[in-house]
Design a binder for this molecule. Sequence first.
Ligand code: BGC
Length: 725
Amino acid sequence: MQKLLSVVLVLLVSVVPSVGESSNEIESQIESILEQLTLAEKIAMTHAQSKFSSPGVPRLGIPEIWMSDGPHGVRAEIAWDSWSHAGWTSDSITAFPALTGLAATFNPELANQYGVALGEEARYRKKDILLGPGVNIYRTPLNGRNFEYMGEDPYLASTMVVPYIKGVQQNGVSACLKHYALNNQEQWRGHINVEVSDRALHEIYLPAYKAAVTEAKVWTVMGAYNKFRGQHTTHHKHLINDILKGEWGFDGVLISDWGSAHDTKEAAMYGLDIEMGTGTDGLTTSNENAYDYYYLAKPFQEMIQKGELDESLLDDKVRRILRLMFRTNMSPDRPLGRMNNPEHLEVARKVAGEGIVLLKNDRSFFPIDSKKKMTIAVIGENATRAMTPGGGSSELKARTEISPLQGLKERYKEAKFIYSPGYASGPPAYGRIVPSTLDADSLRTAAVKAAAKADLVLFFGGLNKNHGQDCEGGDRAGMALDFGQGELLQKLIKTNKNIGVILVSGNAVEMPWLPKVKGLIQSWYLGSEAGHAIADVISGDVNPSGKLPFSFPVKLSDNAAHSFGELSYPGDGQTQYYKEDILVGYRWHDTKKIEPLFAFGYGLSYTSFKLSSIKTDKKSYTTDESINISCKVSNTGKVDGSEVVQVYVGKVNSTVDRAEKELQAFQKIHLGMGTKKTLDLSLDIADLAFYDESVSGWNVEKGDYLIYVGTASNKISKKVKIRIN
Ligand code: BGC
């Protein structure tokens, strides 16, 4: 009986494709559906019918497609035809940490749990496509959307994005990888033309997209607003036809960003499959029945009817859309999803706790003993400000959001808290700055008084989700902290030397006050469980193990993009040139010997770790081999903790310009105090290739390489020389 059952099971498993798999059977069903569709029905499927949906074909039972932002939670329902909130009462969700925080965990397993939980929420909310994740590379600390992305390193972003996407999609919900490509600033995002070398494109800006397509098999990709080499990226011959759908074999749907399509012929020919957001509420080019006037609506139909465009272009789009439907809303076996359950909050808290980065800790300022009776002055707007709303399309309506102050009060039962905001940034507003009406002097004076009365000061500052801070639709004006935070901090430091700073941001900031504060924690936008996670780390319940996913320069001109002046960032209003080429982030700091304030990959712990016995399995290799590296990691301190072992590789005497070293592998390991373990890491030699523009392909240089093993890009325990023959 048992045997019979397993035979039946095996048979079942082999005929029912699992969620998302395309099969010959599905492909032939797609063909037979396609034959039954009229031209008008096919045209309808390639563009929006509302702000966040595209129509199906009711006559044949083909469903609508429903989409929602965004990368770190499912956005509240938006009105049918405007950006207003629809006002539902059933759309509050779990807010997960924004993606810089996820990247900072350096923990791909957690990225998968994150994706699964987020996908479950999207599924429960009946979404077919979740508009995220974003993997635009962190090029400048001024980019208003960096908090939505995964940092400055293509290998880190690739490693973290793949499990996230697999997690989302196992729910029968498509992840939508954005913004393809080179949308690395918000200023002039709608028209800025990016000029960048093929080498930087392939080595820095595309790898995370490639991994998402070829390894995670993402089902949808979103085009970007900007241009590349004179053509809009949403209908781009080279980026979409040649690379995405050609070289990488993407068989899914390319969706426009909202309003990023600009031309019918280009959209038809260069890969756009579903056009969204072109102009439906007067924001751009509203028309009566605006959806019918989308580039891929009536104008497309007419060009086909006149013979100016071939119908096969439309058929290719519809095939892709139907394939997406078989993976999502026409899949018979997708799970049901769930929302706001304790497990999702637990994932949010775990990611937040592991993503927080301890940057400075003089004389063990942190952790702060929770058993002590003391007065803690909590100063700063970010101790209480909600960070799940705002920021643009990634705004969230969280069912709960624990503020840092609330988290601390819950955890520190013996302490007395005095809270004083110290500064005020103004109310939430999208696309414009609304200054606060509160008096800055009085706020500052009150905060200094509070600090004087306390045993300990915790300052919660940084950025927020308003325009000009960490927010879509605009960049920051500079790297300094706004709203008089710098001045306030200097005053607080003078009043009470026992002071620690917690920065809430998705971007690097200037820190002239750094030498005078005892402790510094980099917190991100941590979502529903923010305050709990911060209290977990401050109290020592969680030992910090986050690492910076991007470099913190001392000053803006130390950043590669900015060091080349305005033509490099933000451009002249029309075009910008990525003059730093491949030397983005730590690649620049390392190679040009410009010390960052805090380096990529850096982050402290409450314990200490030692790396030893670092070696490679061989001294010389051929190009088709892998390099195996072993390294003993010892927890030499007094508490359990986790460390991230990072492997960077650099070419000795390269024939081309190269970064001193590049991240090629990493692994996070948890060790009880006083214990040790040997880690094995491996990397493919093929991954050491540079992009050779002379052959438009990858080239592994022969000769000597240095393997750097350490715990940050600037904390290398050992270099090992190897040879590739
Ligand atoms: C953003 C996208 C977002 C879309 C829909 C656009 O403005 O750039 O990231 O998914 O709006 O809200």
